[in-house]
Design a protein around this ligand. Sequence first.
Ligand SMILES: [Zn+2]
Length: 314
Amino acid sequence: MPPPFRDERLSSWLERIADVYLVSLDELQAHIGCVRPALQLEFEPVQADMERIAVATNRSAERLFAMTFRGASPRYRSLLRPSSREICPACSRGMQRPQRLRGWSFAFAFWCDRHREPLFGGEMSGVSALGDEASGRRGAEILLQWAMEREIAAIPVGSVLSLLLLPSRKLSPPAPWELAYLPLPRQHDPSVLSRPCRRPVLSVVVPEFRAAVPTSDPRLSSTIADVPNAPRAERYALAIGVARVLKNPVGTIIRVLEASDEFGRKKVMDLIEGWPAAIRHAVGRAAPCTRQRGNAGRAVTGARLSHQRVRALS
Ligand SMILES: [Zn+2]
């Protein structure tokens, strides 16, 4: 029987044991007498099942509980991807079935801690268009600390994530330059041309995102709860975005406000109401378009927007 790896998930280890006996995971669990499937046991371990596995594998039940997500903070649990199959090629060299570690199921886990190499698996499309590994690593670490409810930033990390997921503009069909990232046949597909697109603030903070995930394609919704279901490129772009916002909150917000329409600007301004006053005041001083009353503010908004339009067309 193969020993479990450090931080290995219970379902991963049981799968590897099942391989040794040439049975499926379900068959192994039925043989042991488990009531709950392994994937569910990881989230809600049942004492009786854990004890049966402990007896069958000659391990302590405590050791097995440590292979589940019991005791993890609710926020961390809400950001897990239970069926993720990411692996580290260096960790699993020569193994027929690579192990899956607990930490790799987190929505913002992109590297193996031990080898510092990228995890592979699932949907990798678009990931290579996103560089900036330094920001990606910093953002992923900030998000991990936040998920474990160890807040380290002055601005609430959850609100930075929400900011990145906000629409920067009203839904509208893709502009010609946005279609340029699509394969040629799809650029002329009438259903693509007419479909209204979401343009999250993320694509302003991380412009590379537009090349990684064409404007007509993102699957990100506007809620944090859906993030674990988003493809790797979208989750990775969020980590980069979190790092960039926290590094320069005022400059980033100003850029976002300039790129947004009235609809998006209102949403952004409402969200940053809860941010430290010093940041809000600096934004207000630098971006007169945030002052919604008065003709001067409107005039500046108009000037900025037409400037933006000219740049977008050129
Ligand atoms: Zn590794």
